[in-house]
Design a protein around this ligand. Sequence first.
Ligand SMILES: Cc1ncc(COP(=O)(O)O)c(C=O)c1O
Length: 379
Amino acid sequence: MNEEHLEPLKRHPEGRALRAEVDLGRIGRNLGRIRAAAGGREVWAVVKANAYGHGAVHVGRALAAAGTHGLAVSNLEEGLELRQGGIECPILVLGGLRPEALPAASAEGLSIAVVGPEHLRDYARALSSHPVRLHLKLDTGMGRFGLLPSELSECLEDLRQLSPWTDGVMGHFATADDPDQGFALRQRRVFDACLSQLSDAGIHPPQRHHGNSDACLRNLLDRDTHIRPGLALFGLTTVPEGRVLGLEPALALVAEVARVKTVPAGTTVGYGRTFVAPQPMQIATLACGYADGYRRDLGNRAVVGFKGRTFPVVGRVSMDYLTVALPGEVPVTPGDPMTLFSADPSEPHSVERLAQALNTIPYELTCALHRRITRRYFS
Ligand SMILES: Cc1ncc(COP(=O)(O)O)c(C=O)c1O
């Protein structure tokens, strides 16, 4: 079956009692804070992976309204989604593009990162009929995308051909979150040397951007004209400077209680019977599981927020459900909302604290939030 003929997922307001509540006002304010911390530099706001799970189109619109220069996404589809959502500001595809896809990018006015030496001539050939703005990505030490400094000299002639279309030169830090800035500063030096080499060859793109969120927070921006923050826009951070800046987490994950039952001591809960009720208690079942992005290893480890208190997630998290234990005297009924991810960073069930408990990063938790979760937006 051709996927394009599939009906989009039908939603009903009463359909699923699991929602991500996204405060777009906070995202707009976070943009202002990061910009101020970055000395007012223009922003390419990174909204790839469905805006880190927050919902790309709504977040993209809010960021455009709050004054971002442009939005950055991972691939062509993500860029097209934003355009289909009516977003008109510049959109940069970070992950590169095969030359065959240039007409589609051109038709939608998407800018493209040039991520290696392999397609430079094909690009030059295609651009006269399908013009696209370009950003040249340099591999200053990330070891992923980008032309290596050692490849630059042999590409200079091709890059000169692309020069009329080239708006920017970019790199990406591998260790901006590391208190030891040694490697980040080395990447800056490599970037500078490449910029000089380009300049000597007569290539002077007006934009320079190497900094992600942590580079903005840690003042690693040097002579960059633009910044490329992602995580900090959503009020999340892995470095102390982020909390000092007053970033506000924008997302709460809320599930309504689907069922409550009172169980006697000795009752086991869930697959593998990993939880045994030590006394009579209430077990609330919520319709959120690992298929929604709530990690399986949060079972018997995380808490959820309910009426100003927290209660433990007990037993294994299954595909679509998780279970919470509450003492008998706590009034709880189906439909009551429980907070699985709190937007208060000091709470034990904030995204940052849960990520720490799982020995991972906040990015992984929000990006995993499935599109089947209803997103509600407010500001
Ligand atoms: C090329 C590039 N630039 C910028 C960012 C934004 O990084 P952060 O979310 O850490 O600010 C990313 C995110 O992974 C990226 O891949």
